[in-house]
Design a protein around this ligand. Structure first.
Ligand code: PLP
Length: 396
């Protein structure tokens, strides 16, 4: 029998499937080119050609036993060294192989961290709206996700007063996701400094260790020249989760890493613990073929200008139609205020124009909707008359 904790997730998954099926149903009636699906965050810019070439080269030249066998649970030395070199060149750090633990994407990076730091009922804090699977990653390891209320007046930056209030003896970590899914904002250095100061203060006050987990699968997807702050520069007990799902469009390959800076608490044990967590969580290790390929090409990037243009044009189309949107700074999401307090009713109204978006309540952000703009540019152009008609309906 399916467990009590799993059953609600099965029901929720039928809601997501219902949305997907609704899209297919619409496509059958009006043709797929007339359905404008902004609901999925699946990268649509192809991986750079260097990635495929590296895979071919690896298959042709590597010893097949090494290529297809087990390795150290934390990953191949050459891949971890290539990651460390890349970070050192960009951030002036001195990471070595031991600071990098490869895993199967940001999702598993977070899972193995929680496996290492959480005991039953320990707490992890995040600010709303947030990537919904954090709840699952934390509850997988018997922790509780504590959600700070959203801060629309403050540009959706975390509410510092609430953060300070919520931290207690059970708080093991705070997650920051920069650039952010679903809001598309980037937390600037000043915000990171404030968070770091609160955590330092609370660690001293409570005599505990509170990790700052930087979930950064969108780190390279930045559009206005803003730098995403390198979190370990601001706080000692920082852990960084990165993934190549978005920066190299390799979401299906399942590859990313955790950075454990030497200054973080029990760093030496932690590096070992993460490798063990990879094994006992069932991932065992990150896939070997893509690890070896990455070691040869990880400094390449997808065509980020494609997302930048989509973000700008979608923002213009929606604001021209009268909607109140946050200007996208990073990731490939646009966060928009619903003109109907019940954003689910607004999502239904958009469907009449064959426009599919995700209701903000799916991210603990009711009253808003999320557009994913990893779509063909044509989708934005073709949806624009529909945005105007819906705008007229609500604002005139
Ligand atoms: N964190 C955030 C904020 C995400 O949006 C996603 C995926 O969309 C993930 C983590 C998981 O990414 P990955 O494919 O690297 O596991």
């Amino acid at each position: 029998m399916i467990s009590k904790s799993m059953s609600p997730r099965v029901e929720n998954s039928s809601a997501i499937r219902a949305m997907f099926e609704e899209g297919l149903r619409m496509a059958r009636i009006v043709g797929p080119e007339n359905v404008y699906d902004f609901s999925l965050g699946n990268p649509n810019v192809p991986a750079p050609p260097e990635v495929n070439q590296a895979i071919i080269d690896v298959v042709k030249t590597e010893d097949p036993i090494k290529l297809h066998g087990y390795m150290v649970n934390s990953g191949f030395d050459e891949t971890r060294q290539a990651v460390a070199d890349d970070l050192n060149d960009r951030y002036g750090t001195k990471y070595g192989i031991s600071n990098i633990v490869m895993s199967t994407g940001a999702a598993m990076c977070m899972n193995i961290i929680f496996r290492c730091i959480l005991d039953i009922d320990d707490e992890v804090i995040v600010s709303a709206p947030y990537f919904v699977d954090y709840t699952n990653y934390v509850s997988n390891w018997h922790g509780k996700l504590e959600v700070l209320p959203a801060n629309p007046e403050g540009g959706f930056m975390p509410r510092m007063d609430e953060l300070e209030k919520r931290i207690n003896k059970k708080t093991k970590a705070v997650i920051i996701n920069n650039p952010n899914n679903p809001t598309g904002v980037i937390y600037p250095e000043s915000v990171i400094k404030e968070i770091a100061a609160i955590l330092e203060k609370k660690q001293k006050e409570l005599g505990t260790v509170i990790y700052l987990i930087a979930d950064e699968p969108y780190r390279e997807l930045v559009y206005d020249g803003t730098q995403v702050p390198h979190i370990p520069d601001y706080y000692d007990n920082a852990l960084v989760c990165y993934s190549y799902s978005k920066s190299l469009s390799l979401a299906g390959e399942r590859i990313g890493y955790v950075v454990v800076p030497d200054r973080s608490d029990q760093a030496e044990q932690f590096k070992i613990a993460l490798g063990i967590a990879n094994r006992i969580s069932g991932a065992i290790n990150a896939p070997s073929l893509i690890q070896l390929a990455l070691a040869r090409c990880l400094r390449t990037k997808v065509d980020i200008d494609f997302y930048k243009r989509n973000g700008q044009d979608l923002y213009e189309a929606l604001t021209d139609a009268g909607f109140d949107c946050l200007k996208p700074q990073g990731a490939f999401y646009l966060w928009m205020k619903s003109p109907d307090a019940d954003e689910k009713a607004f999502v239904e109204a958009l469907k009449e124009e064959h426009i599919l978006v995700t209701p903000g309540s799916a991210f603990a952000g009711p009253g808003y909707v999320r557009f994913s703009y990893c779509v063909a540019h044509e989708t934005i152009e073709r949806a624009t008359p529909g945005f105007k008609r819906i705008g007229q309906k609500y604002f005139h």
